[in-house]
Design a protein around this ligand. Structure first.
Ligand SMILES: CC(C)(COP(=O)(O)OP(=O)(O)OC[C@H]1O[C@@H](n2cnc3c(N)ncnc32)[C@H](O)[C@@H]1OP(=O)(O)O)[C@@H](O)C(=O)NCCC(=O)NCCS
Length: 178
């Protein structure tokens, strides 16, 4: 398994991966919603605000994650992990967790302070994420499942309560995604 940062030549392949994986797990309509979201994320986010990581087996992309910049009132450097997909035929073999660990190591090398995500706490806790109350850091949109608001510090500092709004990139600012 090869882990690397994504480059433009892989964009179409990852959009199709997200469509396939989410169609299988959530139904075709959701597959299309996620594919459109990923295409929008790639098209509208400036390069320094978007980090994509892929897992490849025999040159074929079998996993992909994106981190996009998240502006927090403390001024610390933060990113949000979303979305994540691993090809259906190789799920539950550790690829998702190893890909997230690869991405987190890359963010550490860039001196990123904080990483957030929104998803299943049972899954993301395996790679260091913990539930975070909105009284500590607000989510950028109203949360339909506040239990899924997760974060971790990458610099060893405890996450301090922050007063004020946060902002994600435009593609993630769609309330329907939250
Ligand atoms: C969720 C997903 C990314 C996990 O990646 P993966 O490579 O299959 O998972 P890993 O092999 O790294 O981890 C497997 C572990 O996570 C658990 N797990 C897998 N999918 C899970 C999910 N959706 N929720 C909670 N736990 C999950 C497994 O039970 C397993 O637990 P164990 O290590 O205690 O046995 C992948 O299954 C996927 O793409 N699913 C469909 C799309 C999706 O739901 N994406 C996440 C939301 S953006």
């Amino acid at each position: 398994m090869k882990f690397s940062l994504i480059n433009e030549s892989k964009y179409q392949e990852v959009i199709e991966l997200f469509k396939r994986v989410f169609s299988a797990s959530e139904g075709e309509a959701e597959g299309q919603v996620i594919a459109d979201f990923v295409a929008n994320l790639i098209a509208t986010t400036v390069r320094q605000d978007l980090i994509g990581c892929i897992a490849e087996e025999n040159e074929i992309v079998v996993g992909c994650i994106f981190f996009s910049r998240f502006t927090v009132p403390s001024g610390q450097v933060a990113f949000i992990l979303s979305p994540v997909a691993v090809s259906t035929d190789v799920q539950s073999t550790g690829i998702g967790q190893n890909l997230i660990k690869y991405g987190l190591d890359h963010l550490k090398s860039l001196n990123v302070n904080l990483v957030f995500t929104y998803g299943d706490p049972n899954y993301y806790s395996k790679t260091g994420f913990e539930q975070i109350n909105e009284s500590i850091v607000k989510a950028p949109c109203p949360l339909s499942q506040p239990i899924g608001w997760l974060a971790q510090s990458l610099d060893g500092q405890v996450i301090q309560p922050m007063i004020g709004p946060t902002q994600c990139v435009e593609a993630l600012s769609d309330p329907g995604l939250w």
